[in-house]
Design a protein around this ligand. Structure first.
Ligand code: AHR
Length: 507
């Protein structure tokens, strides 16, 4: 029984933007068991000839991940990329200071490029602007992207990689505003360094696109000034500025927790405004876009991480086991990114495997999907095309930190090529279903193909190795088209994907 109603108007002409597929990116850092025992486990029965787990690759393909940021994260700020190329027997073991582990360097740039090809994805490469600088950055671009006939490109060839990797998207360091960062800098220091590194990286390969570091989160004291100063220095040399955010529910206040995507929305609006402020100040014709290259829920593993001994190889760090309510917030965050797809061109769910990840693995055993896998997969698979701007009217609630939180969080994507319209919708109401009435008058003859629902009576339900399908979607939602309107009852506290096509086909 629906107790309240939300309405929505969708029109083909209400276009926000065409969606850059990189908005469905992810992240693999040399951290915990993300690389070792995550994507790479040579002793695993399902390992391929390079030691990559084929079951993990299949799950990554299921997510249809277009871009993976690598190799960090905090890790990159102390990383010597040269340690990870060439004969494996010569690669040094290093004290990894960001996460206090031992890095064996068994996997490096070339192996990761191979893995990315196998997983049908591209690499978003980060350079170290913590302990290193311009020289290491330009050499890495030359090593990766220059065809041949120079020291670093010929070295790559001698390592068995004749063809350049042609990485297009590059990050200029990571979270350089954070005191925890190896080589933390002031905005002035970082802005100058990023500008000079960017300049010469593009002299080596003018086709690359660059992301400057924005703030580590919106709560940083330096937030806003940091972005303005960094962009003042780098504006002409970069295409994007980064945003990072992680949310948690330590107080166990679910209604407040799932409203946190409103904070993400405000963060995106603020950074967009700062980019445009610098644009105005510089009288520039160029627009800087946003790379939300770390976002997720992260808090479940904090206590366990504090108890880990240092200097282990691939310890179980940041292994959040996600609940059903986490999947609901992740769905709201994905909708928020889509709503801003005119300016957010890159976004990376942090991370991909084992470390705050949609995919978990057991050493020598199974790989399985966490709850957050599903909204990520649904948007990545069905959310390609143009983002539409729905006119939504929804009942609202107030929570501890937010006012006027709409129970209905929703957006729609139109895929002209496939003649498909997809509505993504969350009902934030914890106890009541919500009747959605959607006017789709410009989509004549569209029929519902399927209405996928992720729901669970227990907001804390989780998927674990022994119960890996405890939380999983079904397609028994009741959406239907009647007189040019979609009607659907959105179950209490649920994630919904309503797919419509001109000539309905069941999948
Ligand atoms: O994703 C985990 C960590 O979170 C990253 O290494 C860092 O950039 C951020 O603080």
């Amino acid at each position: 029984m629906s107790s309240s109603k939300a309405t929505m108007i969708l029109d083909k002409d209400f276009i926000i933007s065409s969606i850059d597929k990189r908005i469905y990116g992810s992240f693999v850092e040399h951290l915990g068991r993300a690389v070792y025992e995550g994507i790479y486990e040579p002793e695993h029965p399902l390992a391929d000839e390079q030691g990559f787990r084929k079951d993990v690759i299949e799950l990554v393909k299921e997510l249809n991940v277009p871009l993976v940021r690598y190799p960090g994260g905090n890790f990159v700020s102390g990383y010597n990329w040269e340690d990870g190329v060439g004969p494996k027997e010569n690669r040094p073991r290093r004290l990894e200071l960001a996460w206090r582990t031992i890095e064996t360097n068994e996997i490096g740039t070339n192996e990761f490029a191979d893995w990315a090809k196998k997983a049908n994805t591209e690499v978003n490469m980060a350079v170290n602007l913590g302990t290193r600088g311009i020289d290491a950055a330009r050499n890495l671009v030359e090593y990766c992207n220059h065809p041949s006939g120079s020291y670093w490109s010929d070295l790559r060839i001698s390592h068995g990689y004749k063809e350049p990797h042609k990485f297009k998207t590059w990050c200029l360091g990571n979270e350089m505003d954070g005191p925890w960062q190896i080589g933390h800098k002031t905005a002035e220091e970082y802005g100058r360094l990023a500008c000079e590194a960017a300049k010469v990286m593009k002299w080596v390969d003018p086709t690359i696109e660059l992301v400057a570091c924005g703030s580590s989160n919106r709560g940083m004291k330096t937030f806003a000034d940091w972005e303005a100063t960094v962009l003042d220095h780098t504006y002409d040399h970069v295409e994007y500025i980064s945003l990072h955010t992680y949310y948690g529910n330590k107080d166990n206040d679910t209604a407040n927790f799932v409203a946190r995507s409103l904070d993400m929305d405000a963060f995106i609006r603020s950074v967009t405004a700062i980019c445009d402020y610098v644009k105005a100040k510089k009288r520039s014709k160029k627009t800087i876009n946003l790379s939300f290259d770390e976002w997720n829920v992260w808090y479940h593993s904090h206590d366990a991480d504090r108890k880990l001994d240092p200097w282990q190889i691939a310890p179980p760090q940041l292994e959040d086991v996600y609940t059903f309510e986490d999947a609901i917030l992740v769905g709201c965050m994905l909708i928020t990114l889509l709503k801003h797809s005119d300016r957010v061109k890159i976004a990376c769910m942090a991370q991909l495997v084992n470390v705050i990840a949609p995919i978990m693995t057991q050493k020598g055993g199974e790989a399985w999907k966490q709850t957050i896998f599903y909204p990520y997969m649904h948007t990545s698979v069905y959310g390609r095309g143009v983002a539409l701007n729905p006119i939504v009217s929804s009942p609202k609630y107030d929570s501890k930190d937010f006012t006027d939180v709409p129970y209905l969080e929703s957006t729609a994507v139109y895929n002209e090529e496939k003649d498909e319209l997809v509505i993504f919708a969350v009902n934030r109401h914890l106890t009541e279903s919500l009747l959605l009435e959607c006017d789709v008058r410009s989509f004549n003859d569209y029929q519902v193909v399927e209405h996928i629902v992720l729901e669970d009576d227990d907001v804390k339900a989780r998927n674990t190795v022994n119960q890996s399908n405890r939380v999983a979607p079904h397609n028994r939602g009741n959406a239907q088209v009647k007189d040019g309107r979609i009607e659907a009852s959105l179950s209490k506290f649920s994630w919904n994907v309503i797919r419509l096509a001109k000539h309905a086909v069941t999948t």
